[in-house]
Design a protein around this ligand. Structure first.
Ligand code: SAM
Length: 212
């Protein structure tokens, strides 16, 4: 799929990004060769920066795959922080654990295998930040389940908000993913509990601050 931004601008932007360390670089190469849809370095940096800006210590991630976004978050929360990784595929979990161990960050990460919604129900307490990257038809359910679990002043961050531009067109009835994202975007912009911005970086990233 073409990038949201003009390709030359996307190329320029990616060219500005500093090199990543060995583990992130290897994960990016693995994701590219195995078609794992990771957030990539521009959004990884944004996720890290937002987590640092609010001093996030407790983070829940919904849909973590090989742990690429998890690694950015684990760095952001610092030594005393924790990140709850979730993915339904045990092979992804095995791979993510190996990468996080190599990066020296595995002790900050709780690896939870199974459905992200069930795992969220099984963990106590509010979170400073919830990062959503599950299958797209589930996004409206994320709004329902994740919002009550975020502390006031905390963030709900979501990837693929523009879904390669498909959200801008009327979606077919059977296109549950596009419809799920469209509904989610409407919910987060209309909620009086959230202050939302959609950032057209890569495939679109929404940042919602829970106001109260
Ligand atoms: C887009 S990938 C995540 C990429 C990851 N956030 C990153 O950027 O590195 C989505 C992942 O979510 C997982 N997934 C989708 N729906 C899920 C659910 N309800 N519970 C747990 N995992 C889910 C899939 O197995 C897949 O690995």
């Amino acid at each position: 799929m073409p990038p949201i931004l003009d390709s030359a601008i996307e190329h320029y932007l990616n060219g500005l990004l500093p090199d990543r360390d060995e583990v992130l670089t290897e994960m990016e190469a693995y994701a590219s060769s195995h078609r794992v849809p990771i957030i990539g370095p521009a959004c990884g940096r944004l996720l890290y920066q937002l987590a640092r800006l609010i001093g996030a210590r407790r983070v829940f991630e919904m849909g973590s795959a090989i742990g690429y976004s998890t690694l950015w978050l684990a760095r952001a929360v610092g030594e005393s922080g924790s990140v709850f990784y979730t993915d339904g595929d045990p092979e992804n979990v095995r791979r993510a654990k190996a990468y996080l161990e190599r990066a020296g960050l595995a002790d900050r990460v709780q690896f939870l295998v199974g459905d992200a919604f069930e795992r969220l129900d099984s963990v106590k307490g509010p979170f400073d930040l919830i990062f959503n990257d599950v299958d797209k038809h589930q996004y409206p359910l994320v709004f329902e389940k994740a919002l009550p679990r975020i502390r006031p002043g905390g963030l709900l961050i979501t990837d693929n908000a523009l879904w390669h531009g498909r959200v801008a067109r009327k979606a077919a009835k059977e296109d549950a993913d596009t419809r799920g994202i469209q509904r989610f975007n409407e919910l987060i912009y209309s909620s009086p509990q959230l202050f939302t911005t959609l950032i057209p970086l890569r495939d679109g990233f929404t940042v919602c601050r829970k106001e109260g």
